[in-house]
Design a binder for this molecule. Structure first.
Ligand SMILES: N[C@@H](CCC(=O)N[C@@H](CS)C(=O)NCC(=O)O)C(=O)O
Length: 313
């Protein structure tokens, strides 16, 4: 089990803690925090976001899917505690969707704006390009801290509110995936700012944050990108569960060349569509030196388009 991640990546932290919580031993490949990321994107067919999980010749993109894969391989302890798993899961999904889509982006813009000098200009330029924005000056990056602060502060109070029932974790006294996702927010503030004074008026949030940070990352050891690619070469992808009756609303057929990209981001994977259903897309990496490698994406948040072989960037 190999996790591609980098130090200050908040989404990586969500999965590092999940691996620690489940007691899984894992290998870590450090990826650059901004492009280009050649060894990494060679394996993913172009997808560049962190983290990515590699199991042999299967490559799982996006923490939504990675969490699902880890939960099915290592069900204990569960990330969906409670008598009704479907209900807990839906509650987690709803909270995660808010935290990651509505809170995390302004929070990242606020914190990286506040500490614009801590990052190379190339980092700011890369992120702007990724989100289809014009290349910003350092001054403009700093300005965004002021713009986004009120958006962030209002939403951080919701976390305090979620914890105000006296329970240890967001949904109950047991940890759920919602905790690890929401935890990214105070973790990222502390990582970049160096302290949590911004949250001093949120005592429940601070106690909860301290509780989760004790989970740790479990048993991990570093490995190299080359060793990870070698593992992909000597492995075969897992069997696909067939879904014969599924017809894609995009009118794409299995075996076609496709581009899969996160909505609103310039970070595409190109390859042959191997499998599709309502929740998952699997693309075969076109790289000829890796053997057969399958790249898995969740449906939610990803767009798929038919392409020609000549379109591969
Ligand atoms: N929805 C994705 C988001 C992943 C994400 O945005 N990761 C950030 C780092 S925390 C990233 O990779 N940014 C662009 C980059 O590093 O190239 C997930 O859940 O994995």
């Amino acid at each position: 089990m190999i996790l591609y991640n980098y130090d200050f990546s908040n989404y990586s932290e969500k999965i590092r803690l999940l691996l620690g919580y489940k007691g899984v031993s894992w290998k870590s490949v450090e990826v650059p925090s901004y492009g280009p990321k050649p060894g990494f994107t060679h394996l993913t067919g172009g997808y560049r976001r962190a983290p990515v999980l590699q199991i042999g010749a299967d490559v799982y993109c996006d923490t939504r899917l990675i969490a699902e894969v880890l939960e099915s391989l290592y069900p204990n302890p569960t990330i969906y505690p409670g008598a009704c798993v479907a209900r807990t899961k839906a509650q987690c999904e709803t909270i995660i969707y808010w935290a990651e889509n509505s809170l995390m982006r302004p929070l990242a813009l606020y914190v990286t704006g506040l500490y614009a000098n801590k990052f190379p200009l190339a980092f700011h330029l890369d992120r702007a390009k990724l989100h289809g924005k014009v290349p910003p000056s350092l001054e403009r990056v700093r300005q965004s801290a002021k713009t986004y602060f009120p958006q962030v502060k209002a939403q951080l109070h919701w976390i305090e509110g979620l914890l105000s029932g006296g329970q240890n974790y967001i949904l109950s006294d047991s940890l759920s995936l919602a905790d690890l996702a929401v935890y990214q927010c105070p973790w990222f503030i502390e990582k970049i700012v160096g302290d949590l004074s911004l949250l001093n008026d949120m005592p429940k949030l601070l106690q909860w944050k301290a509780r989760i940070s004790k989970i740790g990352w479990g048993n991990s050891s570093p490995t190299t990108s080359e060793a990870a690619l070698d593992l992909a070469r000597v492995s075969s992808p897992g069997d696909l569960i067939s879904s014969p009756s599924y017809e894609m609303s995009e009118e794409i057929k299995l075996g076609e060349m496709v581009e899969v990209s996160p909505f609103g981001e310039d970070s595409s994977t190109y390859g042959w569509l191997e499998y599709a259903d309502e929740s998952r897309l699997i693309v075969r990496n076109p790289a000829t030196d890796l053997g057969e490698v399958f790249i898995h994406f969740p449906r939610l948040g990803y767009r798929i388009r038919a392409r020609q072989v000549g379109d591969i960037r």
